[in-house]
Every structure is written in structure tokens, then in C-alpha cells.
Design a protein around this ligand. Structure first.
Ligand code: SDX
Length: 428
């Protein structure tokens, strides 16, 4: 007999089924609630509401655990390549050597973008934010692959998945090259995923470009750490848009737009700008801790701190903080804002306001310090997050479609004006 939850409404008792996951998470199944009781539930920000069942990623916010398809983020960050993790998230298993070779080769040989996409890109002003550019260009990809939205065409989802993973890094570098007044670089088939991105970003026609393995490895690790994170804002957006049977390019483009927000992926850019402000203001972190504690009057928020589900350390932040020390040392970079970041973390973790609210550094707190050391400009940090998160979005979209989930359409409680007669403008 499966467990049930009893709900008593207006003296009447209702038994609601309980759903239990493989990690012993429990949920009350309210699929029949309105039909049985006439009531709906309401939960702003969906803090207590599960939108779906998923086998892609498990996280435990209290214990600071994160696993992709059962593999710990610590193991994957240390031992896997980003494309191995992408395969794992999308297909559910780590690839064999043969599967990986075919997968990696498919992606490597689809990195070129249709030249007509350049004409779309050329229309952007030089200072257009790269997140707006890539969300537009990814959506525009549907125009080049119309079978992606033709319900009668044979299903070529696997090809669209390859195209997205292969071409997003290429598209992502265009804004940076334009902002520098440099010519755009074409991808090279003799380079691995991270190295190819770096050469498209930083190679110049005047000299051969040497990919620093320290930089390529750091990028590989950062992409893995961002690859998926269960039902976060942007992933939920991808699933919701895809639930209307919108094509995969439109769904991913919507996810990029959601990620751009400063409370979500845009926080990594906000963190660096915040640390720069603190440095310019003399580096007194206690002043900013106080400002954050009085957010209601100061309007100041400590970006890179706090998380909807992690009420303990974000395991990704721990790995990134350690990597920041290692990468900057290997590159011989001495970035004063790393010390400011550590000072801020130390002060916050010893302050009742943050401790009582369980506000710890999240994935965005230290990532920008490494991106900066790799030479990536601040306004590209969230683009890096998007490149990392792409396989997670794809895996979740694919799972939603395979599960034939209904179109997402939440209900509401109406609080507006009740019925009233129209008044002509002469009488208003
Ligand atoms: C990501 O969901 C995911 O998985 C996201 C992500 C992923 O991988 O996809 O992990 C990536 O988006 C990480 C989060 C990046 N965002 C930031 O760093 C922005 C700063 N953090 C916050 O704005 C906030 O912590 C959120 C948005 C992350 C979470 O917000 P919640 O869960 O809605 O919590 P809340 O805003 O209700 O805050 C609870 C309390 C409030 O105080 P009180 O009203 O109780 O007095 O904590 C305070 C908040 O004011 N608070 C902060 C704070 N974050 C929350 N106070 C100061 N500084 C902060 N950063």
C-alpha cells in the first residue's frame, strides 16, 4: 500500500498519494486535487512545488550534494571532459571510448556556422550584450533548420542537439571579437572543445595562437560545474517553452534569456562588478556586509551569495574556490579581488544575518575570478555559464519530450475587480 497524505478541507477528508524518488525525496501528488476538492495550491517562486520527476540531476541543498546521473560533481570535475559530461547528461550513461569518439567527432565537425548568420550578427551594435546576441542567434538557428519545427518532418532532434553544442561556442566568440575590432575566427577541427573556444576567442591573424593547457583545463572544469542543476529558473523555462512543442532552438534561446537575469546566471558578472566596486572603495568588506544586511534600505545585495536550494555550501563553489587559487598561481596572476572575495566570504560566514539565513557562496561567487584570469571579459561571464549549461538544458528538454509531459499551464488565484458594467468614455 503506497503512502498517502490526508488533507481535511471544510471537515471533509481527502487521501492524496505520496510520490517517493530514488533518493527518498517525497512529494504529495496533487494531480487530482482541484477535481476532488475544488481547491488549487499556490506557491510563489515554486519554493515548495515540484514541476516534474527527473532522472537527470540530483542535489541535496541541506547536505551540499550534487550528482549528474548519479555521478558526483567532484568526480566529474576532476576526471571527465565536458563533452563526456554532456553525453552523460543527455543519454544517461558515460560513453564508451567508441561512443565518445563518435560523439566528439560529430560535434567537432559541426562547429562551422552558416555564413548568413553573420549577416544577422552584423546588425547588432558593437556594444550589444553578448547574452542578447546569443539568445537571438540561437533562436535564428531554427530558420536555418526548419525541420526543427516541422511536426511532419522526420525527427532529427539528435542532429539539432549536435548543432547546438557544436555551434554555440562559435557564436559566443563573435561579440567579443567585434568588441575588440578584431576579425572573427573560424573553428578549427584539430582542436578539442575548450581549446577551440579559446582560439576563436583569442587568436589573431598576425601570429600563431598557442592554447595554454592550464587555461583549457580550467575552462573544461568550469563548463562541467555549470552543466546542469535540476529545475532552476532557466531549465524550468526550457522545459516550459518546450512543453508547447516549440522547437529546441526556441526553447534553448528562452533558457539563455532566463539565465541572463542578475539573480540567476547574470550574478557572475554582478559579483565581479561588486568586488571591483569594493576594491575601488578601499576594500572595506565590513561596510558592504552591513549594506547587505540592510538591503531593504540600501538596496544592496551580496551577489554570489545565497541560493534557493543550497542551505549549505554550494559544492560547486568549493571546487571553484580551490581552482581559483590553483589557476591564478599557475598563470602567475595576482588578482587583488580574490583576496577581497575571500575576505567577504569570511566576514559573511561569521555574521548572524548570513548564518541565520543560511547564505553561503554559490557557483557564481568565485567563477568570475577564474574567467578573468583566463582573459575572458566580464560581460562574457554569463555566456560562459550558458555554454556550460547547454547540455543540461538539452537533457531536460529531451526528458520532458520523451515523457510526453502536458503543456505547462499553471493556474492562479484572481484578486482583481469583480464583474462590472462598461462605462462609456463620456461618462468616466
Ligand atoms: C544561480 O536555482 C539554481 O539552481 C540556480 C543556479 C543554477 O546552477 O542554475 O544555482 C545558479 O542562479 C545561483 C544564484 C545566483 N544569484 C545570486 O548570487 C544573486 C544573489 N542571491 C540572491 O538574490 C538569492 O539568494 C537567490 C535569488 C539566489 C535566492 O533567492 P530566494 O531563495 O528567493 O531567497 P530570498 O531572496 O527570499 O532571500 C531569503 C533572505 C531574505 O532576507 P529576509 O527577507 O528573510 O530578511 O535572505 C536574504 C533576503 O534578503 N538574502 C540575501 C541574499 N540572498 C538572500 N541578503 C543579502 N545578500 C544576498 N545575496
Amino acid at each position: 500500500m503506497s503512502a498517502t497524505a490526508e488533507l481535511i478541507i471544510e471537515g471533509k477528508s481527502y487521501q492524496l498519494p505520496v510520490v517517493e524518488g530514488t533518493e527518498n525525496e517525497k512529494a504529495i501528488d496533487i494531480n487530482a486535487l482541484r477535481e476532488q476538492t475544488g481547491y488549487i495550491t499556490i506557491d510563489s517562486g515554486y519554493k515548495n512545488t515540484g514541476a516534474t520527476k527527473s532522472a537527470v540531476t540530483f542535489l541535496d541543498g541541506e547536505l551540499g550534494i550534487l550528482r549528474y546521473r548519479g555521478y558526483s560533481i567532484e568526480d566529474l570535475a576532476e576526471k571527465a571532459t565536458f563533452l563526456e559530461v554532456a553525453y552523460l547528461l543527455i543519454y544517461g550513461e558515460l560513453p564508451t571510448a567508441e561512443q565518445y569518439a563518435a560523439w566528439e567527432n560529430s560535434i567537432r565537425t559541426h562547429t562551422l556556422v552558416n555564413e548568413d548568420m553573420r549577416r544577422i550578427f552584423d546588425g547588432f551594435p558593437v556594444n550589444a550584450h553578448p547574452m542578447g546576441v546569443i539568445s537571438s542567434l540561437v533562436s535564428a538557428m531554427s530558420g536555418f533548420y526548419p525541420d526543427s519545427y516541422n511536426e511532419k518532418a522526420p525527427d532529427r532532434t539528435e542532429m539539432h542537439i549536435i548543432r547546438l553544442l557544436a555551434k554555440l561556442p562559435t557564436l559566443a566568440t563573435w561579440s567579443y571579437k567585434k568588441s575588440q575590432g578584431h576579425p572573427i575566427n573560424y573553428p578549427k577541427n584539430d582542436l578539442d572543445y575548450s581549446s577551440n573556444f579559446l582560439q576563436m576567442m583569442f587568436a589573431l591573424p598576425v601570429a600563431n595562437y598557442h592554447v595554454d593547457p592550464v587555461v583549457a583545463n580550467a575552462l573544461n572544469t568550469l563548463l562541467i560545474l555549470h552543466a546542469d542543476h535540476e529545475q532552476n529558473c532557466s531549465t524550468s523555462t526550457v522545459r516550459l517553452v518546450g512543453s508547447s512543442r516549440a522547437n529546441i532552438y526556441s526553447s534553448i534561446s528562452a533558457g539563455i534569456s532566463a539565465l541572463w537575469g542578475p539573480l540567476h546566471g547574470g550574478a557572475n558578472q554582478e559579483v565581479i562588478e561588486m568586488l571591483e566596486d569594493i576594491k575601488a572603495d578601499g576594500g572595506d568588506v565590513s561596510k558592504y556586509i552591513e549594506m547587505a544586511k540592510n538591503a531593504k534600505t540600501t538596496g544592496f545585495r551580496l551577489f554570489g551569495f545565497g541560493h534557493r536550494v543550497y542551505k549549505n555550501f554550494d559544492p560547486r563553489a568549493k571546487i571553484i574556490k580551490k581552482a581559483a587559487d590553483e589557476v591564478l598561481a599557475k598563470l602567475g596572476v595576482n588578482d587583488p579581488i580574490l583576496a577581497i572575495a575571500k575576505g567577504l566570504e569570511e566576514a559573511a560566514l561569521n555574521d548572524e544575518y548570513f548564518v541565520s539565513r543560511k547564505l553561503y557562496p554559490n557557483v557564481d561567487f568565485y567563477s568570475g575570478i577564474i574567467y578573468r584570469a583566463l582573459g575572458i571579459p566580464t560581460n562574457m561571464f554569463t555566456v560562459m555559464f550558458a555554454i556550460g549549461r547547454l547540455p543540461g538544458w538539452i537533457a531536460q528538454w529531451k526528458e520532458m519530450r520523451a515523457g510526453k509531459e502536458p503543456i505547462g499551464r499553471p493556474r492562479q488565484i484572481y484578486t482583481g475587480a469583480t464583474s462590472r458594467d462598461f462605462v462609456s468614455i463620456a461618462d468616466r
